[in-house]
Design a protein. Structure first.
Length: 352
C-alpha cells in the first residue's frame, strides 16, 4: 500500500510542486547543549540545516550563546558543522529583545544605548553569522513600555531597526524580524507596519503561529495575522500551542509559564490553512530569496515541546523527532515538497 506522501508525489509532478527547506534550532534537540549532540540528533532526523543559539562547543558543560563565542570557538563549531554535513540557516539571535526606551516600567527587560548596541551585540551577531556561513539573522522589535499600546511606538522602533538592518546589509546578510508577544511587533499587522517603515530589501519578517496562539488567538485570527504579514515574510518558525480555555487574557504573555506547546499538526495555530496558502506564493518566495543568496524558503522548527521561555526553549531529541514527523505529515497533506537526507546524500559524502 502506498503512503500518503507517495500518493501526493505521484499526483503532483516534481516541476510543479511547491518546495520548502526544513531547519531546526539546534539547542532544542539536545539534552545537553553540546554541539556534537545537537548536530548528531538533527542529522539523524534527516535535516541538512540548523540554527545555532545556545551551545557548548567543547563538551565541558559551559554553555554560551553563539553570539558570545570566541573566534576559536566559532572555528571549531564550523568544523563540526562540516563533519555532520550541516549548514546554518540563521543565527538565533536575541537582537531587539531590549527596551526601546530607557524608562522604568516594572519589567526586568534592560535598556542598551543604541550606539553601544550597534557596536556590541549587533556586530558580534553579524560576526558570528559570517564565521558560521549564515545568510540570515533572526531578531525582534523591542519592548515598548508595559501597559502601553505598541501602535504608538512603531516609528521609534523602525528608527532603531534601520541601522541594524543597514549593518546586516553591509555584511551581506538578511535581518529577519520575528513576530512575538509583548514586543512592538506582537502580531502580523504590527510587523507589516514595521517592515513598511524600515523599507529595506535586507529586512524580512518571520511568521510564528505559536507566538500568536499563545496570545489566545483563534486559528482564524492567526491566519489573518499571517495574511497581514505574508508579503514581507522571508521564513517561518514552526511552533504550535493549545490555548488554555480557562486563561483570562490580560494582553501580556507570561513567557516563563507557557506549557501547552504541541506539534504543528495538533495545535491552535491552524498550520494547515497557512500551508495551503503558502503553497501558492512559495515559487515567488523561493525565487526572491535565491536571488539574495539564500538557498530557499525555510520552515524552521522551534517546537518548545518540553518548555519555552523568553530567550529559548527545549524539546529534546525525542521531542524534536516528534516535531519533525508532525511537520512532514502536514507538508505531505498540503502538497508541499521538502528535502530530507537520502542515500544520494550519503554516497556524496563518501566522495564517490
Amino acid at each position: 500500500m502506498k503512503s500518503f506522501r507517495a500518493v501526493i508525489v505521484n499526483f503532483l509532478p516534481m516541476s510543479t510542486r511547491p518546495h520548502v527547506l526544513i531547519s531546526a534550532f539546534g539547542d532544542e534537540a539536545a539534552n545537553t547543549k553540546f554541539i556534537v549532540e545537537q548536530l548528531a540528533v538533527l542529522s539523524s532526523l534527516g535535516l541538512k540545516y540548523y540554527s545555532p543559539r545556545f551551545v557548548d562547543v567543547v563538551g565541558n558543560g559551559e554553555v554560551k550563546h553563539t553570539v558570545d563565542l570566541s573566534a576559536e570557538e566559532l572555528s571549531r563549531m564550523s568544523q563540526v558543522q562540516k563533519d555532520y554535513g550541516m549548514q546554518v540557516t540563521s543565527i538565533g539571535a536575541r537582537l531587539g529583545k531590549v527596551k526601546l526606551l530607557d524608562v522604568e516600567d516594572g519589567s526586568h527587560n534592560k535598556y542598551v544605548d543604541p550606539q553601544e548596541y550597534l557596536k556590541g551585540e549587533v556586530q558580534r551577531t553579524i560576526d558570528a553569522g559570517l564565521a558560521l556561513g549564515a545568510k540570515l539573522i533572526r531578531g525582534f522589535s523591542f519592548y515598548h513600555p508595559q501597559k502601553e499600546a505598541p501602535e504608538g511606538y512603531v516609528n521609534a522602533a523602525a528608527d532603531r531597526l534601520g541601522p541594524i538592518v543597514e549593518a546586516c546589509a553591509k555584511a551581506g546578510v538578511i535581518f529577519g524580524l520575528e513576530v512575538e508577544a509583548n514586543l512592538i511587533g506582537q502580531n502580523g499587522r504590527m510587523l507589516a507596519k514595521l517592515a513598511e517603515q524600515v523599507n529595506h530589501p535586507n529586512m524580512v519578517c518571520i511568521f510564528d503561529g505559536g507566538n500568536l496562539s499563545t496570545q489566545n488567538m483563534s486559528p482564524v485570527q492567526v491566519f489573518d495575522e499571517y495574511v497581514a504579514m505574508r508579503e514581507h515574510t522571508g521564513w517561518i518558525h514552526i511552533k504550535d500551542y493549545r490555548i488554555d480555555p480557562g486563561l483570562v487574557w490580560t494582553g501580556v504573555v507570561d513567557e516563563d509559564r507557557l506549557k501547552n506547546f504541541v506539534p504543528a499538526d495538533v495545535g491552535d495555530s491552524g498550520h494547515e490553512a497557512i500551508f495551503r496558502d503558502l503553497a501558492k506564493v512559495l515559487p515567488e518566495k523561493n525565487k526572491t530569496l535565491q536571488a539574495m543568496g539564500v538557498p530557499g524558503f525555510f520552515l524552521e522548527l522551534e517546537p518548545h515541546l518540553k518548555g519555552g521561555g523568553q530567550f529559548g526553549g527545549f524539546s529534546g531529541p525525542d521531542g524534536m523527532g516528534v516535531a519533525v514527523r508532525a511537520l512532514c505529515r502536514l507538508l505531505d497533506y498540503t502538497g508541499i515538497d521538502y528535502d530530507l537526507r537520502t542515500m544520494d546524500d550519503i554516497v556524496a559524502a563518501r566522495g564517490f
